[in-house]
Write a protein that binds this ligand. Structure first.
Ligand code: NAI
Ligand code: ISE
Length: 344
């Protein structure tokens, strides 16, 4: 069986996903694409030698009989309408983060999915598929460090484009930390505080960089998260969990240790594409496999909603400087499923 996939928005990550479906993964084929930049869409279909139809817009693509399932990789504010349309059309949809740019938008998606009566939406929180994070979660779940007390996390980008707005540190970048730590801990956040350290001279005037985000969970664990999107030296994701009986750290990606000219050195990656390549592969293969079975295995629309509510609270805490409570609706039974996707 093969899943015929339509991709909406073929910019950076849309192209990456198309490449992996075409060259690396099995049981999926890109048969349809659309992008508001039609010239770019044509150029990419040609460059990839894809036998894919280029659609006028996302809605026509979703409605098409030749499309079994949809990938939404357009700009964040457009995600909600396409996810809702895919649910309406009863088609599995993989949506890159954010699921929607507001908590209300996420709830509209949750309600539409529940009304349909079956899980159709997976959100692109790929870190749950990263082998390092999975190993860390296993250590935690097995109690090897005892009760987790503190997580020290850092999300460092080498640099960001001029189009990166002040809120994006939270809604575009830190949102991965929001998802992965509640998944690691099997816990939910109750409050957040945001602190602005001395600002780097590398950041644009409108952007406070770095930031420290301190989230507290229901069980009392504190996540001390650094966001630094002009760190200059590389793309660096760190996570250290301090427990009652020990400490566990996210492994760095494997890299040759070079001894030369009286120096020992290792390379540091510079972008998310390479850092999480294997995780994106696993994530999309899992989505293809489970879509063919009529299931959703990975992060759900509910996880998208929790991330949106938490991100809103982070933004409020950043603006006010106050510790801000995080109020979630009660999780519907419909979404009572494992936090851990099965191994692909
Ligand atoms: P991008 O700007 O490179 O690509 C977006 C593409 O969507 C562009 O080609 C644009 O013309 C097209 N587009 C925008 N609105 C459209 C619409 N209504 N219909 C059709 N095409 C439309 O952006 P990028 O970096 O690829 O990000 C896309 C999404 O993926 C964002 O939501 C971003 O947050 C997410 N993302 C997730 C990552 C992850 O690690 N999971 C990594 C990078 C991006
Ligand atoms: C980007 O959109 C991503 O999702 C990357 O994973 C993240 O590291 C980066 O900061 C975001 O801009």
């Amino acid at each position: 069986m093969e899943l015929k996939i339509g991709v909406i928005g073929i910019g950076a990550i849309g192209q990456d996903h198309m490449k992996r479906i075409t060259n690396t993964l099995s049981k999926g084929r890109v048969v349809a694409v659309t992008d508001v930049n039609r010239q770019q869409a044509k150029a990419i279909v040609d460059a990839f030698s894809l036998d894919a139809r280029i659609y006028e817009d996302g809605h026509q693509l979703i409605q098409s009989d030749e499309v079994d399932a949809v990938i939404v990789t357009s700009w964040g504010p457009t995600h909600e309408e396409y996810v809702l349309a895919a649910i309406e059309a009863n088609k599995p949809v993989f949506c890159e983060k954010p699921l929607a740019t507001t908590a209300e938008g996420c709830i509209r998606i949750v309600e539409a999915e529940m009304k349909k009566g079956k899980l159709l939406v997976q959100v692109g929180y790929m870190r749950r598929y990263d082998s390092g994070y999975r190993a860390l979660k296993q250590v935690l779940d097995e109690g090897q460090v005892g009760e987790p007390l503190i997580i020290h996390a850092a999300h460092r980008n080498q640099t960001v484009p001029d189009t990166y707005t002040g809120d994006m540190s939270i809604v575009d970048t830190f949102i991965h930390e929001i998802d992965v730590h509640r998944w690691l801990l099997n816990d939910e956040y109750v409050s957040v505080q945001v602190i602005a350290p001395k600002k780097t001279q590398q950041a644009a005037e409108h952007l406070q960089d770095p930031l420290i985000v301190i989230m507290k969970t229901q069980q009392g664990t504190i996540i001390n998260g650094e966001i630094f999107v002009h760190c200059q030296y590389g793309y660096d994701i760190q996570c250290q969990i301090v427990g009652e009986n020990g400490m566990a750290s996210l492994p760095d990606p494997a890299s040759v240790v070079l001894h030369s000219q009286a120096t020992r050195s290792t390379n540091i990656l510079t972008d998310w594409q390479h850092r999480f390549k294997a995780a994106y592969d696993e994530e999309l293969q899992d989505w293809i496999n489970s879509s063919l079975k009529g299931e959703v295995n990975g992060p759900t629309a509910w996880d998208g909603y929790v991330a949106a509510v938490t991100a809103d609270a982070c933004l409020k805490a950043k603006a006010t400087g106050e510790t801000t409570p995080i109020h979630l609706q009660e999780r519907p039974a419909f979404y009572h499923q494992s936090f851990v996707p099965e191994k692909v």
